[in-house]
Design a protein around this ligand. Structure first.
Ligand SMILES: Cc1cc2nc3c(=O)[nH]c(=O)nc-3n(C[C@H](O)[C@H](O)[C@H](O)COP(=O)(O)OP(=O)(O)OC[C@H]3O[C@@H](n4cnc5c(N)ncnc54)[C@H](O)[C@@H]3O)c2cc1C
Length: 376
C-alpha cells in the first residue's frame, strides 16, 4: 500500500467515487477530498429532474451523509478551492493553505457555457449546474410563467418537462433542426421533438435565438452545453486538449496525477480512440478505476459510455458512442411511448443502443453494443 495522502480535487461524483473505491480496495492511507462547493458530494441528475420537480429534497442527492464519510475516514473538506498544483513539489495550494500529496486526482467537472445574448436579456437568466441553481430555477417555474429555454439538449429538455409540470408556458430555441440531433441522429431525435410538442412545448428549431425572442420571457434558461474545468491542469503544465488527456489507466502526463469524470479525455481501450464523457455513470466508473490505478491493480477503464434521461413519463437509457464516424443505419422497434428500442449500426457492428420505458431491458441493451453482425 502507498503511504498516502491521496488528494482529490473536486467534491463531485467522480471525486466521491474515487474516495469510496479507495476504501473498498482496502487503501488505508490518508484520503482528502477538496471541494469548493459548500455541500457534501452530491449527484447532479436530480437537479434537473426530481429536485427541480419538487418531488425530492436536496438531501436525497447526496452520495453519502456526513457520518458515512467520517466512518470511512475520508477527510471531506467543503468550501475549499484549489488554486494551483505544483507537480514537481507534489503539493496543491488551496484557499485553506498548502496540501502535499502522494497521488493527486483531478475531478473538477465542468461548467455551463454562457450565452452573452441571454446574459444581457431583461428577464432573470438561469444556468443549471449546482444545488443552488436548481432551487432558484424551481422557484421560477410557476403556473403561467413564460419560460424561454435556449438549447434542446438533455438539460434543456428536462427543464422543459419540469416547467410544463409546473404549468408554465414553454418555448425552446434550438439552432439544430431537431432536439438532440447530434447525439441521436434524425431518426430518434424526431421522436423527442414529437414528445415535447405533444406536451405543448413550443419548439423553435433550425434558427439561432435572438434578443427579441427573449424579450417577452419571464424566465430564461440556458442549456447549451458545458466546458471542462481544466484551468488547474493547464496552469500546472499537464497535457490538455478538450479535457485533461489521460491514458487507459486515467493517468495524466504526470504519472502521479490522475484525471477523472467530466474533465478526463481518455484513450478508450474498447472504442479505440479518445473520448470525453459528461455523464453520471462515467464519473462513478472512472472514480473506481482511478482507485484501482492508485492501489496498483491497473484495470483500464473500458466501460462504453452510458446515460439516461427522464422527461414527462418517458425514461430512457443509451449505451455506446457513435463518435465522429457516425452510423450507417438505425433500427428501431416498438412505440416510442411504450417499450422502445433503437440500435445504431456502422459497418455491420452495433455502435450504440437505446431502450425506452423498459428498465428490465438495460442489461440486454448494453450487451448488444459491439455485436457484429447485429442481432436480427
Ligand atoms: C443538471 C444536470 C443534470 C444531469 N443529468 C444527468 C443524467 O440524467 N444522466 C447522466 O448520465 N448525467 C447527467 N448529468 C451529468 C453528470 O452529473 C456529470 O457527468 C457528473 O456530475 C460529472 O461528475 P464530476 O465529478 O466529473 O464533476 P462535477 O459533478 O461537476 O463535480 C466537480 C466538482 O469540483 C469542484 N471544483 C472545480 N474546480 C475546483 C477547484 N479548483 N477546487 C475545488 N473544487 C473544485 C466543482 O465545484 C464541483 O463541485 C447531469 C448534469 C447536470 C448539471
Amino acid at each position: 500500500m502507498n503511504a498516502g495522502p491521496v488528494v482529490i480535487v473536486g467534491g463531485g461524483l467522480a471525486g466521491a467515487s474515487a474516495a469510496e473505491a479507495l476504501r473498498d480496495r482496502g487503501y488505508d492511507g490518508e484520503v482528502i477530498l477538496l471541494g469548493v462547493e459548500r455541500h457534501l458530494p452530491y449527484e447532479r441528475p436530480p437537479l434537473s429532474k426530481s429536485v427541480l420537480l419538487g418531488d425530492k429534497e436536496v438531501g436525497s442527492a447526496y452520495v453519502h451523509d456526513q457520518t458515512w464519510w467520517r466512518d470511512h475516514d475520508i477527510d471531506v473538506r467543503t468550501g475549499v478551492e484549489v488554486h494551483s498544483v505544483d507537480l514537481a513539489g507534489r503539493r496543491v495550494v488551496t484557499s485553506a493553505g498548502e496540501q502535499p500529496y502522494e497521488w493527486l486526482v483531478l475531478a473538477t467537472g465542468s461548467e455551463p457555457r454562457h450565452l452573452r445574448l441571454a446574459d444581457e436579456a431583461d428577464a432573470p437568466v438561469h444556468y443549471l449546474r449546482t444545488v443552488e441553481d436548481s432551487l432558484a430555477l424551481k422557484d421560477s417555474l410557476t403556473d403561467g410563467a413564460k419560460v424561454a429555454i435556449v438549447g434542446a439538449g438533455w438539460i434543456g429538455l428536462e427543464v422543459a418537462s419540469a416547467a410544463r409540470a409546473a404549468k408554465a408556458h414553454v418555448t425552446v430555441y434550438e439552432t439544430a433542426d431537431l432536439p438532440l440531433l447530434a447525439v441521436l441522429g434524425p431518426e430518434v431525435a424526431q421522436h423527442f421533438a414529437d414528445l415535447h410538442t405533444a406536451h405543448d412545448v413550443d419548439l423553435r428549431l433550425g434558427a439561432a435565438v435572438s434578443s427579441e425572442d427573449l424579450s417577452d420571457a419571464d424566465v430564461v434558461v440556458v442549456g447549451i452545453g458545458a466546458a471542462p474545468r481544466t484551468e488547474l491542469a493547464e496552469a500546472a503544465g499537464l497535457a490538455v486538449d478538450d479535457g485533461v488527456l489521460v491514458d487507459e489507466l486515467l493517468r495524466t502526463s504526470d504519472d502521479r496525477v490522475l484525471a477523472i469524470g467530466d474533465i478526463a479525455n481518455q484513450q478508450h481501450p474498447v472504442l479505440g480512440r479518445r473520448v470525453r464523457v459528461e455523464h453520471w455513470d462515467n464519473a462513478i466508473g472512472q472514480g473506481k478505476a482511478a482507485a484501482a490505478t492508485i492501489t496498483g491493480a491497473a484495470e483500464p477503464y473500458a466501460k462504453v459510455p452510458y446515460f439516461f434521461t427522464d422527461q414527462y413519463d418517458f425514461g430512457m437509457e443509451y449505451f455506446g458512442h457513435t463518435g465522429p464516424a457516425g452510423y450507417d443505419r438505425v433500427q428501431t422497434r416498438g412505440d416510442f411511448n411504450g417499450p422502445f428500442r433503437a440500435w445504431w449500426i456502422r459497418d455491420d457492428v452495433v455502435v450504440a443502443a437505446m431502450q425506452a420505458n423498459d428498465w428490465d431491458a438495460s442489461d440486454e441493451t448494453r450487451a448488444i453494443v459491439g455485436q457484429a453482425p447485429p442481432p436480427d
